[in-house]
Design a protein. Structure first.
Length: 248
């Protein structure tokens, strides 16, 4: 059976910093190597999207100015159908600014309150100090604890409400707010975090986890994700994790 999936890349011209576009490339490549066709649709302000036909969504990070430019379009044009798709299990990865805009609001340095989509029970407040550096978090993707590595650069401090669960525990780095030890939030099949780098090329196990979720949602539990080697990526990941954890 030939599988075809569709990925919506939210606002790629406004929300693409620190290599975030590499996440889309990683998804495409690991699908392609399995014979899965992945159609990528860029979602720009003003576009009309049939979210019922979308299996993945990716929402990258951006400057405060970029977030301000797309907030109204996100909430008013995409909001109703995107919320419904998320509730229906759409697989969505949001990094940094995209993560913030899926929450209730982002209070910027200037005191401007940017409203969010409200699908994640989180809110973000800009701090005075930037949290910059490599980060390692420990997650459970259904096969026991695993360590993911990324790079964070944010002044926003994101705090969780009761309707999300933490994505991972911070082993080194700052995480969502530098206080509670959590890195990212999960709701249904939506994952938000501050791990740039890009995240997915550095962490193939997470890439495959997201592909597997999308396949099962579209084609049912019988859709099997074939194993795919990732020795070089995982070796590089191990070296980076070991190097960072030895520092602390």
């Amino acid at each position: 059976m030939t599988f075809t999936l569709c990925l919506a890349h939210l606002y790629p011209d406004h929300m693409n910093v620190y290599g975030d576009r590499g996440n889309v490339i990683a998804l495409r490549q690991r699908c392609l190597r399995r014979g899965i066709e992945l159609e990528v649709i860029p979602v720009q302000p003003g576009d009309i999207i049939d979210w019922r036909a979308v299996d993945f969504a990716f929402f990258g990070g951006g400057q405060d100015s970029g977030q301000a430019l797309i907030t109204t379009d996100l909430i008013e044009r995409q909001g109703p159908e995107l919320r419904a798709a998320i509730e229906d299990g759409l697989v969505l990865l949001a990094i940094c600014g995209g993560y913030q805009l899926l929450g209730h609001y982002f209070l910027t340095h200037t005191g401007e309150r940017l409203p969010g989509l409200g699908v994640l029970d989180v809110y973000t407040i800009a701090g005075k100090r930037r949290m910059i550096g490599n980060i390692v978090i420990e997650v459970d993707l259904g096969h026991g604890p695993q360590r993911l590595v990324g790079f964070e650069n944010h002044s926003g401090r994101t705090f969780h409400g009761a309707r999300v669960r933490p994505f991972g525990k911070v082993l080194t780095g700052y995480g969502d707010n530098g206080q509670d030890g959590w890195g990212g939030a999960v709701y249904r099949n939506t994952f938000g975090c501050y791990l740039h780098g890009a995240l997915l090329p550095k962490n193939p196990q997470l890439t495959d986890h997201l592909i597997g979720l999308a396949l099962r949602r579209r084609y049912g539990q019988q859709a099997e994700l074939l194993p795919l080697p990732a020795e070089r990526e995982l070796a590089a990941q191990r070296v980076m994790v070991q190097r960072l954890l030895r520092r602390f």
